[in-house]
Design a protein around this ligand. Structure first.
Ligand SMILES: [Zn+2]
Length: 319
């Protein structure tokens, strides 16, 4: 009997979904806009309608779902929900299982993406790695002994909020100097907007009056074209990332780091900068051994990982 599984990735702007056949292939996929500020009931209705459309007439054996925020250790309730505050405290698993009539497995979105890379992406065959997304923010999932490490309270993998500068920029979390405040796409844009005002000899100057049009891609393109100020922005971004990676390596003795998210499209450019800085910050005996890989699943990592989490839960339950 074929087992069909739906993987859902609930992002800040879109909900991506796919129906996976038993062989793990995507049989059908779709995407809808994320409903904002419409309340919990509407959110559940939207998700259930979307899942029904994705099932394409097949009986679905389980649904896996990745969502931003912090879940309780049993992964049943959303304790913190930065993108959709209305969902805070919501018993998501119970409500969805009641409506969908099948097991629903919930994961933090970055954890789900890490699982996706483990099973079908750059982490295939690896036992240990840290996956992180460089996007508007920085999320991550830690794989140890081929399993997700969720931590004692389900809060592990907050790589974006390790401190990289003691007197650094204010982060969205309320702390100062977090990696996310210095190496995310948002941080690149913030540095570029400041540079557009401060430096006359930079191509970024053209954005001094229209800083809202700056994107990480624009800074990347100017850096590639030889703009020294844009290059220095990537160097600052790379330094924060290298400090954080070196610390995780030194603590855990893991050697593989996988970069995903929109800013990872600049991977070829920042890779040598990050690697050079990492080597200054680890023991000489392990220099040259850290690997920083580029994620392979791109925007699909979340749906793959959510589906894998659901499949593993079915297997564990002997279904
Ligand atoms: Zn922070």
């Amino acid at each position: 009997v074929n087992k069909y599984i739906i993987g859902l990735d609930i992002g800040g702007t879109a909900i991506k979904g796919a129906l996976f056949s038993e062989s793990g292939e995507i049989a059908f996929r779709n995407e809808i806009a994320t409903p904002h500020d419409s309340g919990q009931a509407f959110f559940i209705d939207t998700l259930c309608d979307f899942a029904a459309a994705l099932s394409d007439g097949h009986t679905v054996d389980a649904v896996g779902l990745g969502i931003a925020g912090i879940l309780d250790p049993a992964c049943t309730t959303l304790l913190e929900s930065p993108n959709m505050p209305a969902l805070r405290g919501m018993p998501l698993k119970a409500q969805l299982e009641q409506r969908l009539h099948c097991p629903v497995i919930i994961e933090n979105d970055a954890n789900a993406a890490a699982l996706g890379e483990l099973r079908a992406g750059a982490g295939r065959g690896l036992s240990n790695f840290l996956f992180f997304t460089l996007g508007t923010g920085i999320g991550s999932g830690l794989i140890l002994n081929s399993r997700l490490w969720r931590g004692e309270q389900g809060r592990a993998g907050e790589f974006g909020h390790v401190t990289v500068y003691p007197e650094g920029e204010l982060c969205g979390c309320g702390k100062r100097g977090c990696l996310e405040a210095h190496s995310s796409g948002t941080a690149i844009v913030r540095m570029a907007a400041a540079a557009a005002h401060q430096h006359s000899a930079t191509a970024l100057r053209a954005y001094a009056e229209i800083p809202s049009e700056l994107t990480p891609k624009i800074v990347y393109q100017h850096a590639r074209a030889g703009d020294a100020v844009s290059r220095d922005i990537f160097k600052a971004m790379a330094l924060g990332l290298a400090i954080a990676i070196a610390n995780v390596h030194t603590l855990l003795d893991i050697y593989t780091f996988i970069a995903g998210g929109g800013v990872s499209r600049a991977y070829d450019y920042f890779y040598p900068m990050v690697m050079e800085e990492i080597d200054q910050r680890i023991f000489s005996s392990v220099r040259g051994r850290i690997r920083l890989l580029r994620a392979e699943l791109g925007n699909d990592a979340g749906v793959y990982g959510a589906a894998y989490a659901a499949r593993e839960a079915l297997n564990l339950a002997g279904l």
